[in-house]
Design a protein around this ligand. Structure first.
Ligand code: TEU
Ligand code: CA
Length: 610
C-alpha cells in the first residue's frame, strides 16, 4: 500500500422549537449578525469579520454511506427509500446538508467508488424515482444535498473503458491512461513505471487485448480517467450539470487533486515513494482543470464543492480554496485525522499535536479561504473509539465532547452517520470479518506475500484503523440487525453493542449524544461566532485540556474540553474569566469561576462577559 500521507468526521422542547428556525440563519435576509459596517466582498455581500457569508460556511453536514444507512426491502443493503424514511431523524438532529456517498450504478469493487454509469442509480439502492423522492423530501425539510463526484477514475465496466480497452485506435482509447510496458533486465514485461496503488501493488494493470498497461491509482477495477483529454472534461462537466439541474446542491469530490497526471509519468524517487500521494496531487494542470470546471459548471449554480484533498498540504490548501481563484469552496485536509497514524498504521498521539493542527490552520488560511472540520468518515475508524474513550463509563461524555469540538472549531463541520449515537469500532477477529478491498489487498500483500506482519498484528491494526469500522450498519433500534434490515443478513455485520447503542434509545433519552448534539447544532445556528469568529487556543501545551475562544465583534465564547478520563482542576490562563455557562456535557452544576473542576471527558461552553 502506498502511504496516503495526507488522508491517505436543555430541554428537548427548546431544541425542537429552535429547529423550526430557517436552516441557514445568518445568510437569511434578516441577519442576526452585526457585520463590519461598510466592508463588502467582490460580490457586494457585507463581510462578517472579513469573511464573505455563504450558506455552505454556516452548514452542518451529515455524511450518509448509503449501503449502511437503512435498508427498506430486506435485501440487507441500505437504499434510497431507506434514507427517505429517516429524513425526520436527520432534520430533528438539525443538520442542514447531507453528503451522500456514491449512489451510482457500480459493480461495487470499492462500494460505489467505482462508477459504471454516472447517470444511473445503483440498482441495489433503487431507481431514479427513488432518488427524486429522496431529494424532494430533503428540500421539503429545508435541507440540501451534495453528492459524491468520483471522476479521477471510473469503473472498468464503464462503457468508456469497455471501449477503450478494445483497441489502440478506439475513439475512447484516450479516455484512460495507457502505456506500453518496459522490458526488464531479465527480458520480462514490467509496468511502465514504479507507481504504487493505494490498494497495494502496482498502479498499472496489464491488459492482454492490446498488450498495454492502464493506470489505476486505486483498485484494478478503477482505471484513472485521462483529464488531459478535453473530451473527458466535457463528459464530466456534462454529468455534473445533469445532477445540478436535477436540484442537487453540489459535490464532494473524490481524490480530486489526482486528476492531473505528471508529464511523462517518470518513476518516483525513493523519497517520493514515501509519499506518492503528494506527487499524484501535484500535476501541472490541476489549477487549470478546476478553474475550467468552476467557470463552466460550478459558477453557474448556487452550489457547494468540497474536495477530498489527499496529498495536499496545508500550505497548498489556499491554491484550491482561495475564493479569488474560483476553484473549490473547501477541502478535506487530513492533518487532524493523521495525528494518530503513520500511513495506515495506528500510532499513539498527544493532545498538543492535535491542537497544533487547528492553530496552524488558523494561521495559514486567510479570510479568503474556508476550512472543514471532521474526525471521521467512511474511510476512517469511529470517532469515539479513536479520539475519545469508548469504555462504558466515558463513551457518552467523550462522544459529546468530540461533537462539541467539531461544532465549535473553525470551518464547516462534518458529522459521519452514527457518530451522533456514539457508535464504536467493531470487534473484528479475523481478516474474514472484513469486506473492504483495502483490508483484503493489504492482507494479501503484507501478510501472505511479504510476511511483513503476522495475521494477528495485521488485524489488530485494522481494529483501530480499518475502514469497515465505520461501515457497519446504522443502529436504529434493539430489534434484530439493529432495525437496519428486516432481512436475515446485513451486508456487513452489525456491531453487537446495538442493543444499548441505537437511535430509538437516543431519540427518547434527553441526555443522549443525539439530543445533546441537536441542542449544540441549534446553539451554533444562532451563534455566528462559531462560524465566522476568530479562533485562539489558550493553552497549546496542556497535555489534557483543550481550551479555546471564538470571538466575533466583541462577543466571545470559551470552549473547554478535558481530553482525559481523570478529573482535572484547571485554572484558566491569565485574565480569562469563565463567565456564563451555556452548554455542558455533564449536568451543569458548576459555579462560575476561573478555576474549573472538570470530570473525565467533560466539556463546557461559556459566554464571556464583554
Ligand atoms: O479515498 C481516497 C483516500 O485518500 C483514502 O482515504 C483512501 O480510501 C485510503 O487511504 C486508502 O488507503 C477516496 C474514497 O473516500 C474512498 O472510499 C475510495 O476508496 C477512494 O477514494 C477511491 O475512490
Ligand atoms: Ca435494500
Amino acid at each position: 500500500m502506498f502511504k496516503l500521507i495526507s488522508n491517505c468526521s436543555f430541554a428537548v422542547a427548546l431544541s425542537a422549537a429552535l429547529l423550526l428556525a430557517p436552516a441557514f440563519a445568518f445568510t437569511q435576509p434578516a441577519a442576526t449578525v452585526a457585520p463590519n459596517a461598510g466592508i463588502t466582498s467582490a460580490s457586494g455581500a457585507k463581510l462578517i469579520n472579513g469573511y464573505e457569508p455563504k450558506w455552505w460556511k454556516e452548514a452542518v453536514v451529515y455524511q450518509i454511506y448509503p449501503r449502511s444507512f437503512q435498508d427498506s426491502n430486506g435485501d440487507g443493503i441500505g437504499d434510497l427509500k431507506g434514507i427517505t424514511s429517516r429524513l425526520d431523524y436527520l432534520h430533528k438532529l438539525g443538520v442542514n446538508v447531507i453528503w451522500l456517498s456514491p449512489h451510482f450504478d457500480s459493480p461495487n469493487a470499492d462500494n460505489g467508488y467505482d462508477i459504471r454509469d454516472y447517470r444511473k442509480v445503483m440498482a441495489e439502492f433503487g431507481t431514479m424515482d427513488d432518488f427524486d423522492a429522496m431529494l424532494a423530501g430533503i428540500k421539503q425539510r429545508h435541507m440540501r444535498l451534495i453528492i459524491d463526484l468520483v471522476v479521477n477514475h471510473s469503473s472498468d465496466e464503464h462503457k468508456w473503458f469497455v471501449e477503450s480497452r478494445k483497441s489502440k485506435d478506439n475513439p475512447y482509447r484516450n479516455f484512460y491512461i495507457w502505456r506500453p510496458g518496459k522490458v526488464g533486465p531479465d527480458g520480462t514485461m514490467q509496468p511502465p513505471n514504479n507507481y504504487p496503488s493505494a490498494f497495494s501493488g502496482s498502479a498499472w494493470q496489464y491488459d492482454p487485448t492490446t498488450k498495454e498497461y492502464y493506470l489505476h491509482y486505486f483498485a484494478v477495477k478503477q482505471p484513472d480517467l485521462n483529464w488531459d483529454n478535453p473530451k473527458v472534461r466535457e463528459e464530466v462537466f456534462s454529468l455534473m450539470r445533469f445532477w445540478l439541474d436535477k436540484g442537487v446542491d453540489g459535490f464532494r469530490m473524490d481524490v480530486i487533486p489526482f486528476i492531473s497526471k505528471q508529464p511523462g509519468l517518470p518513476d518516483l524517487t525513493p523519497e517520493q515513494l514515501r509519499n506518492a500521494a503528494a506527487v499524484y496531487a501535484s500535476g501541472p494542470h490541476l489549477t487549470e482543470y478546476l478553474q475550467q470546471m468552476n467557470s463552466e459548471v460550478l459558477s453557474k449554480y448556487d452550489d457547494m464543492s468540497v474536495g477530498e484533498a489527499a496529498g495536499i498540504t496545508l500550505a497548498q490548501e489556499p491554491n484550491l480554496v482561495d475564493d479569488r481563484r474560483h476553484e473549490l469552496n473547501e477541502i478535506f485536509n487530513f492533518d487532524a485525522i493523521r495525528v494518530n497514524r503513520d500511513g495506515r498504521k495506528f500510532v499513539s498521539w498527544t493532545l498538543p499535536q492535535l491542537k497544533a493542527v487547528y492553530t496552524r490552520h488558523a494561521e495559514v488560511l486567510t479570510k479568503h479561504d474556508w476550512d472543514t472540520v471532521f474526525l471521521s468518515n467512511h474511510d476512517n475508524p469511529r470517532v469515539v473509539s479513536t479520539f475519545g474513550d469508548d469504555s462504558e463509563k466515558f463513551r457518552v461524555p467523550s462522544a459529546k465532547l468530540l461533537e462539541t469540538m467539531l461544532l465549535t472549531l473553525r470551518g464547516t463541520p462534518y458529522i459521519y452517520q452514527g457518530d451522533e449515537l456514539g457508535m464504536t469500532n467493531y470487534p473484528f477477529k479475523t481478516i474474514d470479518d472484513f469486506n473492504d478491498i483495502e483490508a483484503h489487498n493489504g492482507y494479501k500483500e503484507e501478510v501472505l506475500a511479504r510476511h511483513a506482519v503476522t495475521p494477528e498484528a495485521y488485524v489488530e491494526n485494522l481494529r483501530h484503523m480499518g475502514r469497515d469500522n465505520s461501515r457497519t450498519p446504522m443502529q436504529w433500534d434493539s430489534s434484530a440487525n439493529a432495525g437496519f434490515t428486516i432481512g436475515p443478513n446485513a451486508w456487513l455485520a452489525v456491531n453487537p453493542n446495538y442493543k444499548t447503542i441505537n437511535a430509538a434509545q437516543a431519540v427518547s433519552d434527553p441526555d443522549s449524544i443525539y439530543n445533546y448534539t441537536a441542542r449544540l447544532i441549534a446553539f451554533r445556528a444562532k451563534t455566528p461566532a462559531f462560524v465566522y469568529g476568530d479562533y485562539k487556543d489558550l493553552d497549546p501545551e496542556h497535555p489534557h485540556i483543550f481550551a479555546y475562544t471564538r470571538t466575533l465583534d466583541g462577543e466571545s465564547y470559551l470552549v473547554v474540553h478535558n481530553f482525559s478520563s481523570g478529573e482535572i482542576t484547571y485554572t484558566l490562563p491569565g485574565g480569562i474569566s469563565a463567565a456564563k455557562l451555556q452548554m455542558d456535557n455533564y449536568a451543569g452544576d458548576e459555579a462560575q469561576t476561573p478555576t474549573l473542576h472538570l470530570k473525565g471527558w467533560e466539556c463546557r461552553i461559556y459566554k464571556q462577559a464583554r
